[in-house]
Design a protein around this ligand. Sequence first.
Ligand code: FMN
Length: 441
Amino acid sequence: MWEGNPLKKKIHFGWFTEYGPIGWDGPDAVEGDWRQPKLYQQMAQICEKGMFDFVLYADHLGITSSFKGSIDNYVKYGLNGVNHDSTLLATMVAASTNHLGVGTTVSTMLTPPYLLARQMASLDHLSMGRVAWNVVTTGNVAGFLNFGMDQLPDHDARYDQAEEYMELCFKLWSSWEPDAVIMDRKTGVFADPDKVQPINFEGQYYKSRGPLNVLPTPQGRPTIIQAGSSQRGKDFAAKWADAVIVGAHYLDDMKAYYDDMKQRVTKFGREPEQLKVFFIIKPVLGMTEQLVNQKLEALRHPPESAIHAALSALSSRMNYDLSKFNIDEPLPPIDEKEIQGGQTTLSRFYTSGRRPTLREVAIEEAAGNKGSIAGTPEQVADQLQHIMESVGGDGFVVRVDTHDHGYMQEFVDTVIPVLQARGLVRKEYTGKTLRDNLMEF
Ligand SMILES: Cc1cc2nc3c(=O)[nH]c(=O)nc-3n(C[C@H](O)[C@H](O)[C@H](O)COP(=O)(O)O)c2cc1C
């Protein structure tokens, strides 16, 4: 039974973004072409300097039409769905870093499992043990329409299928015993056939003979990341994931989520430490309090286009049209069963009796400042430490667009050193693989 612990360990950090145009017109956007690898590679190197565990790229397989039934808003603002392939980007970033984990998002519903298992294993070799797979079941119909299906399969049914998908992939990743490869030039023997076995998997949804035609990888299997927060999603993460990412807005919600996940993990015969919980943040950071206040004020009054973009993004994540509601009223209760995408996307704004209007929700979403963290580097470090002490661990992913180099540079140059001086962030990487680093504390 997990009983909680005061913070006696260091804080993990990750960078969460996507291979897409998001933030291209932001006030601090740097010059550069987001389609080219350079911006991502530079940003990853900044993260590595800050001793981050990983970068994670989101991915979507189609331009959505969740808002007003049209792709227009998404194309117009370059939103959810307008993005390039995250796995290909991950290879370029792995090649320009040495320690940072590289996480890519791949859909269980729209990717054959053998293909996924092979790509992840290959990328684990290419990155020398630094690949992470963000497992998604795809919660928006757009991807399904592009792959020849007319409807989004039911939320829980997608998780049922994903369970079998994981079983199959895990079998493929262990279809070679770790010492199967001999590569002895004298005898000419490459590998011991007794240590490489077909898996002959036959389930309800998938069938595969195996073995995998990729050699055992440095991590054995990719580090698994997951971001579901429905009951089914949380169970799925508790069973399979090494790290889970959540967008909780308030300290009480963070604590409840953390305790829930650490407890849930034990249901599946695992230790609570085997699953690391990451909270999404983007602190408002400034060298003086005056500057911080100016930035906060600007975030309270975003342009109308940012509000539309935020509502469109929320609709896409939920696969649910929010355009039908009055923007200046709190949302009426929605039965979560009606939501086939991210079921808790909106309810997390309405916890503990909070009643924001849809406009207020959109403003908060546009600001992206989950946890309302703001201040000078010292003050931000205080707040991050306070969250970790109150919650119990494990870390944060900083949600920063690729165009916002200045932000990440400032965060790494000013906040990380304060936390390092307090012994709360590593000063060097000790592990060889991403999972080593993730499980170090
Ligand atoms: C931080 C975060 C990142 C996510 N990234 C992606 C993504 O890149 N692609 C995708 O299809 N779904 C993504 N999702 C959706 C989730 O993986 C999940 O499928 C969705 O939230 C529905 O599951 P749930 O109802 O259990 O939360 C993300 C969700 C969160 C909270």
